[in-house]
Ligand binder design. Structure first.
Ligand code: GLC
Length: 647
């Protein structure tokens, strides 16, 4: 308790006695463990919440209720999970290890039901997966639901997938096979059909206060002055008039997704309870959705506000007290400068989330691929500070969302590019409009006001495979395969937790059937949310086929990664500025550094080893081929789209 501030300590001392009643049935050692964890984390909880709610008369009562809820969830936590907690506390880097391999899928599109997912475990194990993010698992509203991100009940499973008990069983089965289940916790908003929203519509004051509602447009109009639009195309504006209430409701995303009001501590309490209840079912990783938007401030874009980091720190402390096995992943698709705050900087250092999406790496991958030029990528990646201990990037090249060209004007200018022109080029390129483009993709959310255009399409289609196959172009097919494997090599070799997106390992192409369904036709992100094609998956065993080649290529990368300790995320990375078509970085490690080099062009490139400065070498082993690499006349030759992991 010594490192608690005097104020925090005083609160804790007043709260502790009231917990006896909740924990009495637990063994003395279990009670002690809870108190130790609570004491250890109370400062982080208090520091997160006090600035937000400390001015309220009922702050102490609120804190007491929160801690009681934590004690209750701890009391309910199954023994097997309590053991997992201890295991993870003994090896807190479990999710940072080189053997960590994530896979991301829509549960229904992957395997029909939750039980079906369990039956596909062999496929995941074959690939080497240790972390499975299933989407659209919790119950959503009927009809349109933003691909699962409009949740109507956080403690129920989509009826078509199964029940909560099925979820628990799946978690147990996965855990038994060394796979951690990740679920979305959509905590910025809920569906307009959630019980909270229904109660608000009926005039219940408690629940109306769960949302931001306005009787007229005065405040909404003032907010709109500085708010961007996330879905300008199918959901323009940030407020929706709800006739049942006669009020405007804050809806950042779709009209049916109501933003939750975190200035109300009751919302925090509910969400913490939900998270821990799901954790007690066996969910190990929470993908905290759209967190950047959780706090609003007039005169700003209402994203990345300081209060968001406080809320996330407090939520993280709740997990560490009740379910320390649990890991939090922040989904904040924001600019590089804002992104690093989701690990926690300054007084939040390392306390906000364990994982955050490296959106920049993904954007820069596609950017460098289109321009055959790595200078912007190198510049941007060199600008990232090291990640705090106990945190890691989630690396990915595709996901269920569109690609937005998050390139700042400043970064573009630093390498002699115009920001707007470059972003426009990238959209043209991936929409297949730019002469010579290999990509087949579609524009998502064209915003005429900003000329912003995002892109939809699968990894394979954006990398050129769809076009090459259409034209029976064998050279194009070859190059596409190389581009895809380049992306996987970067994702797996960067030194983050890699997240493979379902179907990419088999080269699944765009799925145009979304246009036939009224619930999906307006949202072309469904282009890259195909159903798993198990016939194609079976082809991975037929040598010579494309799926076999891709699957084997990805699997090989995974196997090498697992045996490359330099890829433990705990070691930092230094990006080198050595060549305009190559990306190069070093990961220093006590067992010898790893030098990774990637060729982003379809030409052979030569790298002068002298350019590597202190990292120059005479001989190295490429982990990916097992071959000795000896530069000739000081020049290292890289084949088109080559990737080298040199030790
Ligand atoms: C996240 C999801 C995206 C969704 C949005 C709103 O960005 O990834 O699919 O539309 O949040 O929930």
């Amino acid at each position: 308790m010594d490192d608690l501030s005097a104020a925090a300590k005083a609160y804790l001392l007043r709260i502790l006695p009231s917990l006896g009643g909740v924990l009495t049935d637990l063994a003395a050692r279990d009670q002690q463990l809870f108190e130790l964890r609570l004491t250890r984390q109370f400062g982080n909880l208090y520091d997160g919440l006090e600035p937000l709610y400390g001015q309220r008369d009922d702050f102490e009562v609120f804190l007491g209720r929160l801690v009681t809820a934590l004690a209750e969830r701890y009391r309910d936590r199954p023994e097997a999970l309590k053991t997992l907690d201890l295991t993870r506390e003994l090896s807190p880097d479990w999710f940072q290890r080189e053997g960590m391999i994530g896979y991301v899928a829509y549960a229904e599109r992957f395997a029909g039901t939750l039980a079906g997912v369990g039956e596909r475990l062999d496929y995941l194990k074959d690939l080497g997966v240790t972390y499975l993010h299933l989407m659209s698992v919790l119950r959503t509203r009927e009809g349109e639901n933003d691909g699962g991100y409009a949740v109507s009940d956080y403690l129920a499973v989509q009826p078509a997938l199964g029940t909560m008990d099925d979820l628990e069983q799946l978690c147990t089965a996965l855990r038994g096979s060394g796979v951690s289940l990740c679920l979305d916790l959509v905590l910025n908003h809920c569906a307009d059909t959630h019980a909270w929203a229904e109660a608000a519509k009926e005039g219940d004051a408690r629940y109306r206060d769960f949302f931001y509602t306005y009787t007229d447009r005065a405040l909404p109009d003032r907010f709109e002055g500085t708010l961007p639009e996330v879905f300008p195309d199918f959901a323009p504006g940030n407020f929706t008039f709800v006739p049942e209430m006669g009020r405007w409701v804050w809806t950042t995303f779709n009209a049916y997704q109501w933003d939750l009001n975190y200035t109300n501590p009751e919302v925090f309490l509910e969400v913490a309870n939900i998270l821990l209840t799901l954790a007690n079912r066996g969910v190990e990783v929470f993908r905290l959705d759209a967190v950047a938007f959780m706090w609003k401030r007039l005169g700003t874009d209402s994203q990345n506000q300081l209060e968001v980091h406080m809320l996330l720190q407090a939520l993280r402390a709740c997990s560490k007290i009740v379910a320390p096995a649990v890991v939090h992943k922040a989904e904040a698709i924001v600019s590089p400068a804002e992104l690093v705050h989701y690990f926690g900087l300054g007084r939040h250092f390392g306390k906000v989330s364990n994982l955050a999406y490296h959106n920049s790496l993904m954007v820069q991958f596609w950017g460098a691929l289109a321009s055959r030029d790595t200078r912007l990528m190198t510049h941007v990646l060199r600008g990232f500070p090291p990640t705090p201990p106990g945190t890691a990037w989630a690396t990915y090249m595709r996901c269920h969302d569109d690609i937005g060209w998050a390139v700042t004007d400043e970064d573009a200018a630093a390498v002699g590019l115009g920001g707007a022109a470059h972003r426009s080029f990238l959209s043209d390129y991936y929409a297949g409009l730019f002469p010579g483009s290999h990509a087949v993709g579609e524009v998502f959310q064209y915003n005429p006001a900003t000329n912003d255009r995002r892109i939809s399409g699968t990894f394979a289609s954006l990398a050129g495979l769809e076009q090459a196959q259409r034209h029976g172009d064998s050279y194009g097919t070859e190059m596409s395969v190389e581009r895809i494997l380049l992306g996987f090599a970067l994702m797996l070799g960067f030194g983050g937790v890699p997240l493979l997106y379902m179907g990419d390992e088999l080269g699944l192409l765009n799925d145009y059937s979304f246009a036939d369904d009224p619930d999906t036709r307006d949202d072309n992100r469904w282009l890259h949310r195909p159903y798993m094609d198990w016939t194609v998956a079976a082809e991975r065993f037929r040598e010579g086929t494309l799926p076999a080649r891709l699957f084997a290529g990805v699997k090989h990368l995974i196997e090498v990664r697992r045996a490359t300790p330099q890829l433990h995320t705990g070691y930092q990375l230094e990006v080198l500025d050595v060549h305009p078509q190559l990306l190069a970085y070093v990961r220093p490690h006590p067992l010898g550094r790893l030098l990774a080099v990637y060729n982003f062009s379809e030409q052979t490139q030569g790298l002068s080893v002298h350019a590597l400065g202190a990292h120059a070498f005479r001989e190295a082993t490429d982990r990916l081929t097992g071959q000795q690499v000896v530069p000739r006349d000081g020049l290292l030759e890289l084949a088109p789209y080559a990737r080298l992991w040199l030790v």
